[in-house]
Design a protein around this ligand. Sequence first.
Ligand code: 8YV
Length: 311
Amino acid sequence: MKRELLVVGPMYPPTLAALDATYATHKLWQAPDRDAFLASLADRIDAAATSGVHGMNAATMDKLPKLKIISHFGVGVDSIDVDAAKQRGITVTNTPEVLNADVADLAIALLLAAVRRIPMGDRYVRSGKWLKGPMPLSETLQGKTLGIVGLGRIGREIAKRAQSFGLKIAYQGRNRKSDVSWPYFADPVALAKEVDFIVASCPGGEATRGIISRAVIDALGPKGVFVNISRGSVADEAALVEALKEGRLGGAGLDVFVDEPRVPAALLELDNVVLQPHVGSATHPTRLAMGQLVVDNLAAYFAGQPLKTPY
Ligand code: 8YV
């Protein structure tokens, strides 16, 4: 008899196939009537798999009184009410570490693309403008300072890469890190005043909502560049769009947005912004590794073994 598993939302196909092969999966996003579907499962579901924005809130947890584990596809768990899960004795697992390198690569790529104006240059050539004369010069990374908001696993990988590009590092976060000697700022505005570029690599959620505020953006200034590979919610998106339109911020490289996959129309018009569709971890090896952690955490749970990556 296959164990039963609730799958809340669409998931990386190879991972979903692996879950389908092992469990009697119940796909919530395909249910015509969510509540009736959950009620039909209430007395027999103790495990669920979630992914990305398809998380779980307290109300849904209350409809699944036997739920014991939520195995999440993603390192960020801001789509899950983790506090509510803890209060209900539900363990949450996520997929850390395996995506650090790819997400850090994209952060550096966005910084390089925005500062050296690579997509703009591509458009400049394709539009035939080069035939009329050289493209205006860009800023440089050399000798500049990158401010990292959120020096966690991904933030550290970004710092490592940034140093190899000749950048100095400073960081902001809840706490100073004892194992690094880079300048630390508790206040993101103070950080922004001291650096040339900022990358947001902190978790999403209430604690970091709007941490890249209008004041931070203005302190970064007309030559500054902001890169976001965290969550759209960490930036005041309206202030960001305004500052980019008015030239109060030099440029941006954005992989995440407040209301994905919808992006503010104004951003689509701006030449000083590089846009990506939330692809930080979107490589086959990384998504396979993330999926394997989802599978392994569930297998460990059902085997009564220690979980691989409890959140
Ligand atoms: C995922 C992410 O692509 O891991 C995260 O937190 O944002 C991305 O790696 C996304 O969660 C979709 O599953």
